[in-house]
Structure formats: structure tokens, C-alpha cells
Design a protein around this ligand. Structure first.
Ligand code: SAM
Length: 298
């Protein structure tokens, strides 16, 4: 971005509405009414906007794309975290890549089996913004089981030892800018290498109405080295087309089915959940006919 160019986030606010126009979804745009702009800065990696909305609480936007609203964040955070956590046998070591708002971390530390969470987020400014403007989302940032490393998740996966993690969650922004390589085959080969046998990866899997080619590549091509590779669907009203997916894959080496379609445990009584249930877990794998046909391998 040229120094003199208007920062992307503010230029998308027109007549008091944030309009999410973007070349990634041409011809359509979600819009949220803005009450107040709370923060706007260019970080080392991206354009960061935080605004208070009229009906969706505070909203974080990166490079002009809505990442999270306080109203509907639980559907994405809970599913991205609990789909793999309840699919793994006894997750003790968890790696989170991205997820700067801290929402996936909040969900992961709800599991008593967890001993250590390594959290690799490229942009420390996103974490700081979430702590200030979304304290209920970033609530676990200082959890003593958590080690926050501010750095690139691709490089971290490349340099990590094999068989290190029971669960890896890639809470990535869209495949442009710093997140582009988090959607590459090379990255998934490293993810497979650093997972323990039977370990599970769950990654932001993009929208089935907009990204069929990418979903096909993740499930059929990148997934070829895993024992199973599947796509689960999540409803998020404020994401483009109101839907986003989770790419979920298991490394060979555990007893029981390789597929992650059925959770291996029920959520314990008392775990605070607003979207995830064992029924939602299973239902998320039911896909429309056009996508099932496209994903020949599943
Ligand atoms: N699911 C949300 C969405 O699609 O709107 C993503 C939310 S989360 C805020 C995405 C995070 O990924 C951001 O905090 C961003 O800084 C981080 N990120 C992007 N590229 C990264 C990389 N290469 N390594 C680590 N974190 C990265």
C-alpha cells in the first residue's frame, strides 16, 4: 500500500456503514452500521480497524475484511476449536496459529486435558486490540498454560520438531497477505510432520459459495498425506455469504475411525458453550450435493 493511499478500513465506511467490498467476493458486500471508530492503524503486517457497531458489538477488521464481531463470534471460535479437540483422544499439547483475537485460545483452555498451548500469531497489534476492545474474547490470553510467540506460523511449522502436537488449529485470515502461505500444500506437509500420530489439524477452510477450488485443493490434494481429510460447515452471519468452513484432517496412527465426523467425547457438563454440541459437530459435515460431488475423495 502506498504511504499516501487511504488506509483500507476507513475507506470502506460510507454514510455510517462499513461495507465489506472486496475483490475476493465480487458483486456482493455485507454491511454493518458503525456507531464509532475505536482504532485504525497500519500494523507491520496489515491494516487494522476496530469499530463499535450498532447491532453486533465491537468488530475487528483486517485489510478491509471482517474477522470477528462480538455478536456471532462464538459459532466460529467454538467450532474451529472443539471440532478437533473433541475428535482427538486426549489432547495435551495444542498449537494455535493465527487467531489474534484470542477466541480459539479461550475455547481450547476449556479442556482439562490441555497442559500446554503454543500460540503463534504474526501480529501482536491484533492481540493488543482484542485485549482492549474484546476482553470477553481475549479472556485467556494470560492463561498460564499458554505461550504466545509473535511470529509467522509458516516458519514456526517449518522449524518445529516432528510429532510435537496432539491438535493444531489454524485460525487464519483469508489467503491473501500474511496468511497466503497458511493455505499452501508445503505448509500442510509440515503440519502433518509436527502432529503426533492420530493428531488432528483444523484450519479455517473458507466459504463453500466462494472458494470451491481452494476447498477442493485442501481436502483432496493437501489432505492426501493424512488418514482423513474433511470439510465442515459453520454458520457465521457476518462472514461473506454467511458461511465459513473448517478443513479438518487426522494423521494416521490411532485406534478408531480416522474420520472426524463423530466426536470421540461429549462436552462435559458445565463446559460453557453457546454453539457447539455433539449434534452440531456431526451435522457440520453434511454438505450440499454440489460440494460433495466436487470433493471426490470424501
Ligand atoms: N477466521 C477469521 C476470518 O477468516 O475472518 C480469522 C480471524 S483471526 C483474527 C486471523 C489471524 O491470523 C489474524 O490475527 C492474523 O494476524 C493472523 N495471521 C495471518 N497470517 C498469519 C501467519 N502467517 N502466521 C500467524 N498468524 C497469521
Amino acid at each position: 500500500m502506498a504511504e499516501s493511499a487511504p488506509l483500507q478500513g476507513l475507506s470502506l465506511i460510507e454514510n455510517g456503514w462499513f461495507i465489506e467490498k472486496n475483490a475476493q467476493w465480487p458483486g456482493q458486500a455485507n454491511a454493518l452500521e458503525v456507531k464509532e471508530v475505536l482504532l485504525h492503524k497500519k500494523t507491520k503486517f496489515q491494516d487494522l480497524l476496530v469499530f463499535a457497531s450498532a447491532k453486533h458489538g465491537n468488530v475487528i477488521v483486517l485489510d478491509g475484511v471482517i474477522q470477528i464481531t462480538e455478536r456471532d463470534e462464538m459459532s466460529y471460535q467454538e467450532m474451529l476449536a472443539h471440532l478437533p479437540m473433541f475428535s482427538a483422544d486426549k489432547p495435551t499439547h495444542v498449537l494455535i496459529i493465527g487467531g489474534g483475537d484470542g477466541g480459539v485460545l479461550r475455547e481450547v483452555v476449556k479442556h482439562d486435558t490441555v497442559e500446554k498451548v503454543t500460540w503463534c500469531e504474526i501480529d501482536g497489534d491484533v492481540v493488543e486490540a482484542a485485549k482492549k476492545y474484546m476482553p470477553n474474547v481475549a479472556v485467556a490470553v494470560s492463561n498460564p498454560k499458554t505461550e504466545l510467540l509473535v511470529g509467522d506460523g509458516v516458519a514456526f511449522a517449518e522449524s518445529s520438531k516432528e510429532n510435537s502436537f496432539d491438535v493444531i488449529i489454524v485460525d487464519s485470515s483469508d489467503p491473501v497477505g500474511p496468511a497466503e502461505k497458511l493455505f499452501s500444500k508445503e505448509f500442510y506437509v509440515n503440519v502433518h510432520r509436527i502432529l503426533k500420530p492420530g493428531g488432528v489439524v483444523c484450519s479455517q477452510g473458507e466459504c463453500l459459495w466462494l472458494n470451491e477450488d481452494l476447498i477442493d485443493a485442501m481436502v483432496t490434494d493437501y489432505g492426501a498425506c493424512f488418514a482423513s481429510a474433511e470439510y465442515a460447515s459453520i454458520q457465521v452471519p457476518t462472514y461473506p455469504s454467511g458461511q465459513i468452513g473448517a478443513f479438518i484432517a487426522r494423521k494416521a496412527g490411532t485406534a478408531g475411525p480416522a474420520s472426524c465426523r463423530s466426536p470421540r467425547r461429549e462436552p462435559p457438563a458445565g463446559m460453557p458453550l453457546r454453539y457447539y454440541t455433539a449434534e452440531m459437530h456431526a451435522a457440520a459435515f453434511a454438505l450440499p450435493a454440489f460440494l460433495r460431488k466436487r470433493l471426490k475423495a470424501v
